[in-house]
Design a protein. Structure first.
Lengths: 325, 741
């Protein structure tokens, strides 16, 4: 680990000022500290934001608000979230381990860095770490890497399960920085790798995520997260799906679908949604819709299976959520 | 041995020390003035270091020294080969600019604290003249070579063996199976990382090390530094898991001693998890092809088993991949071929059931394929081909209880209810599969010595330079000594893990109980004999003139077996003869019986898997394992070993896979987040059983060992169950969802 300065912020303002001076925000530390151990992240200073307000979880008629410092385990166990936004709770319970969920914050979860093992190996150069150095995964091991949103420069998968659920639910992010406060859809926070895979989001260095807003709707209670992975727990997705549905009189009125483990960012499947909306909620419609899930995929040899697996995961997610409609 | 603690599920004598943190592992020893070392590793697989810039590192806070081939002392590296060391020459660390694999130590940074050393190590910059490495195992299979060890007469690792005429028999066979199997490289991943503390006092070197073999670390380090073995003292009382990875002294042990000498202070060196993947060995990647011929009635007529395993370009690691095919099932025509494929990687090493676990995967899956081809029950097929003797050496088995293992296993598992057709058993969306396989491991006995000191107050100290990586050596030896001397277990103190103790063979290959246990038994028996000799003409002893074979001992008292009231306490005897302590050292050495019998332990594994019909997710729902391994000294600890073997087998079949980047040679998944081993949620109900087996030939204790046996056969039973569930025969580990959809 490189030497670094450490300070503890008492309020948002102090944290933002420290960040404007070059400090990195430290919440649960479950990503950043690991990467510092491996010298992948080498911040000169850290500012501990754990004393800041922002752990509240509020549900109103307009929607759900989650403070960015709420712990994954708190959100996962929240009864109202389990009842009215089950996809959020399920995505969290399918993430990491209980120990990590007890520490990790919601804001940090959304900004966690890729698990692409080339990125995490200090002995290897890659475009995310040393722009212009190449992508060793493309020609090397890439079974777990992305099939959507990839570029010649990067195929690293976005790792967060929660982000997939939140992108499906059209969540927005509230951030605060030295230039003031702003809100935008979570899906817009993430940047595709393109030619600059080291730039992963649109936040300024001194911008702090303070909360997540999830709009209410008749679909949120009928939602589900399904994750397929190489072991039953403590493992990232090969393919996952977040789904939320509003069915009325057997007709699909609204549907939200996003996939994890397949995109360089949480991957919304709007064309699949469009195929489903207005259809009878039955297997026939599901089959037609999921057949389109692979459109736009750019798989490589080892991860080509994700195209077919994605279709099957979506179909199963529809089957399982049918029980809740 | 009298009735006592052997055969009882005694708790671990070191259990309390371990769970309260008082058991001190290698890196936990505290020495004054201790400095910390961190290794800098190569990032290319082949070539030379042409520039090593350590200036920034040397200037970093707390740094004491940066040592590389540019300034390291030239070490004598006298010739040294333990019986476990492969042909070739070990890595000579920091002695020149050559890079032989990615992750090779190229420098070592010594600093006041670990943090300072880690940071400074990250500042060392290296440049290389890099050559294109050979790293593609499957692509390079055509370049496999015969190992040097196969060239000697009667080699234990023959390149080829043949009995009968397998080719002719295959040509005539009614039914033929011909299939290729791949096992990726796998890593031991013990919880405790490799660690060494080295301290020099003049030319006396003390090492606190994590090792399964203190004697070899002593001898090897003495050879490397040009010392007499007497000048090296290796201490290793506790080992936090190993599975074979510490059967050699890897280069970090040398580096710690080299660094300690260079800086003139004791130095602690702990490998990072990532470094464990490139600086310690692994189970080599293997390609296998098994061809089986059989008649329509299920009798085997031919087996041809070929294997190629990876090794490094500087050492030829070999293991017993194809051996089991020569004797496990009765077959008149058998050929085996074994070759190695040198690549620009570091050297593999023994990993739990080395070779055998890999070979049995191919053989027992091929047998399963044959059973389907013949439309015969897999258990029935094996029973039909049960050999009467070891056909490979034409010797009787010292004992072989496979039939009983199959019978009990079938019964406990409920095998009779199995529907033979693939995909015929369901549970909702889950396809259910039942599969089985045979387990086997050869019983090894090595030279071992034990010293017993029996004290006048009736307590005993027993020592041997053995190890306890987890199976419970401390406890089982305590049980043997307690029963043989006839004193309560609390009165025995068994010590191990010190190179000044009497010699012990490596703590691997499941040989510790057979070897060290037998030495302890003999030493204790000799102690009893010596006491009887004292009493021979002792008019005051009720046991005068009694011979060893009519005597028993319990609770600190010797007595006539036929008349328990006739006897006396050790205390009385010692006092009368003015003895404070009686000391005996005895040796166990494999005897002639090794040439009169084929000695093996056997087992049978039964697995139930569920495979998600659409998603390919695999659950191991339950497993039954039945094992015949001679006398079981401690059923509680043996059971733990079996369960751990089953868990290891689940990992081997479904998850474990060290991924090497075929261009750079870096290990792509060199941490426990990305190298998957099963978590609790992956493990269904595991039910191990023992078959009672009495084997008078294997060794004085009649034990065969279970550590290796526990792993063998688990993975093929799971692979066979997956076929039964899905109708898909996956011949490449790990079997993952993507291979099943």
């Amino acid at each position: 680990m490189n030497p670094f300065q450490f300070q503890r912020a008492q309020d948002d303002r102090g944290a933002i000022e420290a960040a404007a001076d070059g400090a990195r925000f430290l919440a649960g530390g479950t990503t950043l500290i690991d990467l510092m151990h491996e010298h992948i992240e080498q911040p000169k200073a850290l500012v501990d934001i754990n004393r800041l307000a922002g752990r509240d979880i509020q549900i109103t008629a307009r929607g759900l608000t989650i403070g960015s410092l709420a712990r994954m385990s708190d959100v996962a166990a929240n009864r109202e979230i389990c009842a009215f936004y089950p996809v959020i709770s399920e995505s969290l319970l399918a993430s990491a381990s209980p120990q990590i969920r007890n520490m990790a914050s919601i804001g940090g979860n959304l900004l966690q860095r890729t698990r692409c093992t080339y990125f995490r190996d200090p002995g290897v150069s890659c475009n995310k770490k040393q722009p212009g150095s190449g992508c060793p995964s493309r020609t090397g091991a890439h079974r777990t890497n992305a099939i959507f949103g990839v570029s010649e420069n990067c195929i690293a998968t976005h790792a967060s399960d929660l982000a997939v659920a939140l992108v499906a639910l059209d969540a927005t992010v509230c951030v605060r920085g030295s230039a003031g406060e702003r809100n935008f859809p979570l899906a817009e926070m993430y940047r595709l790798p393109g030619g600059t895979p080291h730039v992963e989001h649109i936040l300024q260095a001194d911008e702090l995520i303070v909360g997540i807003d999830v709009p209410a709707g008749p679909h949120t209670a009928h939602s589900h997260y399904l994750k397929v992975r190489d072991r039953a727990s403590y493992e990232f997705a090969l393919v996952s799906a977040a789904i939320a549905l509003h069915v009325e009189s057997g007709i699909i009125r609204a549907v939200r679908l996003a996939a994890g483990g397949v995109g360089t960012v949480p991957w919304r499947l709007r064309h699949v949604e469009q195929t489903l909306v207005g259809q009878q909620f039955d297997e026939h419609a599901w089959r037609d819709a999921v057949a389109r899930a692979g459109e736009g995929a750019q798989p490589l040899t080892q991860n080509a299976f994700k195209v077919e697996l994605l279709k099957r995961v979506l179909f199963r997610a529809l089957e399982e959520v049918a029980d809740r409609v | 041995m009298s009735q006592g603690s052997v055969g009882k599920p005694m708790d671990r004598v070191d259990g309390m020390l371990k769970v309260t943190g008082r058991a001190k592992y290698a890196a936990e020893h505290v020495l004054p003035n201790l400095a910390h070392a961190v290794i800098v590793t190569s990032t290319v697989a082949k070539g030379q270091v042409i520039l090593l810039d350590a200036n920034a590192a040397r200037c970093a806070a707390g740094v004491i020294a940066v040592i590389s081939h540019l300034n390291a002392p030239k070490l004598p590296y006298r010739e040294h080969k333990s019986p476990l060391d492969p042909a070739g020459e070990r890595l000579h660390v920091l002695q020149d600019d050559a890079v032989l694999f990615n992750g090779q130590p190229i420098a070592i940074v010594v600093a006041e604290t670990l943090d300072q050393a880690e940071y400074a190590a990250s500042l060392v910059r290296a440049e290389y003249a890099s050559k294109t490495p050979s790293l593609d195992f499957v692509g390079a299979l055509g370049h496999a070579v015969m190992p040097d060890v196969s060239r000697v007469p009667n080699s234990p690792f023959p390149a080829s063996t043949c009995r009968g005429d397998p080719e002719l028999a295959l040509a005539k066979a009614d039914v033929k199976i011909d299939a290729e199997y791949l096992i990726p490289r796998q890593q031991h991943n013990p919880i405790e990382p490799h660690a060494t503390i080295a301290q020099w006092e003049g030319d006396q070197l003390t090492l606190w090390d994590k090792t399964q073999w203190v004697v070899n670390v002593r001898n090897e380090l003495a050879a490397i530094f040009g010392l007499s073995p007497d000048n090296v003292h290796v201490i290793s009382p506790f080992v936090g898991g190993a599975f074979g990875t510490t059967l050699r002294a890897w280069s970090h042990v040398t580096l710690s001693a080299l660094a300690a000498k260079y800086v003139g202070r004791p130095v602690k060196l702990v490998l990072t998890r990532r470094q464990m993947y490139s600086q310690t060995g692994y189970r080599p990647e293997t390609w296998q092809r098994v061809t089986i011929g059989a008649s329509y009635n299920g009798r085997l007529s031919a087996i041809v088993h070929r294997a190629v395993a990876e090794t490094s370009n500087y050492e030829q690691y070999v293991d017993r991949v194809v051996d089991s095919s020569r004797f496990l099932h009765s077959c008149p025509n058998v050929a085996t071929h074994y070759a190695i494929l040198p690549l620009d990687v570091h050297t593999p090493v023994y990993m739990r059931a080395p070779g055998t676990a890999s070979g049995i995967f191919a053989l027992e899956c091929a047998m399963d394929e044959l059973a389907y081809e013949l439309q015969m029950d897999p258990v029935a097929l094996r029973l039909l081909n049960e050999p009467a003797r070891d056909e490979s050496v034409n010797l009787p088995f010292s004992s072989r209880s496979t039939r009983e293992c199959y019978r009990l296993g079938s019964e406990h598992f409920g095998w009779a209810a199995r529907k033979p057709e693939p995909r015929s058993m369901r549970d909702g969306r889950w396809l259910i599969g039942w599969g089985m396989a045979t387990s086997v491991y050869h019983t090894i006995c090595g030279r071992a010595e034990a010293r017993v000191r029996l004290f006048a107050d009736g307590h005993a100290e027993v020592e041997s330079a053995a190890s306890d990586m987890g199976p419970g050596t401390y406890t089982s030896m305590t049980q043997v000594a307690s029963d043989t001397l006839g004193i309560r277990p609390e009165c025995v103190r068994f010590s191990l893990g010190d190179s000044t103790f009497p010699y012990a063979s490596p703590h691997g290959g499941s040989l510790t109980m057979a070897s060290v246990g037998s030495a302890v038994y003999r030493a204790c028996m000799t102690a009893r004999a010596k006491i009887l000799a004292l009493l021979h003409a002792d008019a005051r002893s009720p046991l005068r003139g009694a011979s060893l074979d009519i005597i028993d001992a319990t609770d600190g008292r010797l007595f006539l077996r036929a008349n328990q009231s006739c006897g006396e306490r050790y205390q009385e005897i010692f006092e009368r003869h003015g003895l404070d302590v009686l000391e005996v050292t005895e040796m166990m050495q494999p005897g002639d019986e090794q040439h009169q019998y084929s000695m093996k332990a056997f087992g049978a594994l039964f697995a139930e898997v569920g495979v998600d019909r659409d998603l390919g997710i695999i659950q191991v729902r339950r497993m039954v394992g039945v094992y015949a391994a001679g006398r079981i000294v401690n059923p509680k600890m043996a059971r733990s070993q079996l369960i751990s073997g089953m868990v290891g087998g689940i990992g081997m079949a479904l998850m474990e896979h060290t991924i090497t980047d075929r261009q750079s040679g870096c290990i792509v998944n060199a941490d426990l987040a990305n190298y998957l081993v099963p978590v609790n949620a992956d493990i269904g109900a595991l039910e191990p059983f023992f078959v009672e087996e009495s084997d008078p030939h294997v060794n004085p204790l009649g034990v065969k060992g279970v550590g290796e046996l526990a792993l063998v056969g688990v993975a093929p039973a799971i692979a066979n169950a997956i076929f039964h569930a899905t109708g898909k025969r996956i011949r490449e580990f790990p079997i993952t969802a993507d291979k099943l959809i």
